[in-house]
Design a protein around this ligand. Structure first.
Ligand SMILES: [Fe+2]
Length: 280
């Protein structure tokens, strides 16, 4: 049975961000009015989760397609022409699918900020999770921007950060010798969300290496201040995964990180992302 609008409930998860959507079975089509309500909740809460879902790749594609065109996977260990939009985020190699091998902690970042058009939405479906850890932290970048000292906001507004994909497989460190061919792009330090009109801080510890137009020392000092500010506990919701969780977050106004877990345990998430617009 398709979900009707009257059946859904939006339950906030923390003061920072996040909401659980109850009453939706994503293995079935969802009507347009309900999808609109889900989109509104996503804009308001930045991160949404549907728990206890049993969804196929096609179900995930159908849900994501409501929000725009899907990203094709640009990197992957294994090519699979039938699932061009799907990447398994996992520490196991037996999926037979395109795989991003990921283990342990990962610093805060915003997906694809090193591209001209970073994906706006990322979705993950939890298939296997470790018994402890491997949680995902989500930080509210609207709040981060809005709570900076006015002087600093005035100084930063209009400047651009340089973002680069160059952490050489180590998600807790940026590269020391930057490869000039790495994917990279300049984006405003404060970006404006096209739907809400709000400004969000758009720099992150993993991928932002300098602010254009500032002396090197000052850029490094301010970035460290911005990272620490944006990562503070009050701005963060920590998602403890359950198998069957389906989540979607907004990369235009949030960043995320992963906590450590035992590499001997299996963790497998199915990821599909939705294309974004130009960053302004
Ligand atoms: Fe990510």
């Amino acid at each position: 049975m398709a979900t009707a609008l009257a059946e859904i409930t939006v339950k906030p998860l923390s003061d920072a961000l996040g909401a659980e959507i109850l009453g939706v079975d994503l293995s079935q089509p969802v009507d347009a009015a309900t999808m609109k309500a889900i989109e509104d909740a996503w804009h308001e809460h930045l991160f949404i989760v549907f728990r206890g879902q049993d969804i196929s790749n096609d179900d995930q594609v159908r849900f994501c397609s409501y929000f725009g065109d899907l990203e094709e996977v640009r990197t992957g260990k294994f090519a699979n022409e039938d699932m061009k939009h799907t990447m398994m985020i996992t520490n196991v190699t037996d999926t037979g699918l395109q795989t991003a091998l990921e283990n342990g902690d990962m610093w805060f970042h915003s997906d694809q900020c090193y591209y001209e058009y970073p994906c706006k939405a990322s979705t993950l479906y939890a298939i296997e999770i470790p018994s402890v850890g491997g949680n995902t932290l989500f930080a509210n970048c609207y709040t981060a921007w809005e709570t900076l000292p006015t002087e600093l906001r005035e100084k930063l507004d209009g400047l651009k950060g340089h973002h680069i994909y160059d952490y050489a497989g180590n998600p807790m460190k940026r590269g020391d010798n930057i490869n000039p061919d790495s994917p990279q792009y300049f984006h405003p330090v404060a970006r404006t969300h096209p739907a809400t009109g709000r400004k969000a801080l758009y720099v992150n510890r993993l991928m932002t290496d300098y602010i254009d137009g500032l002396p090197e020392d000052e850029s490094a000092e301010i970035l460290e201040q911005l990272f620490a500010h944006g990562e503070q506990k009050e701005f963060v919701y920590e998602h403890v995964w359950q198998v069957g969780d389906f989540v979607m977050w907004d990369n235009r106004c949030s960043m995320h990180a992963r906590t450590d877990f035992d590499p001997a345990e299996r963790r497998m998430m199915r990821r599909i992302t939705v294309k974004g617009e130009a960053v302004v």
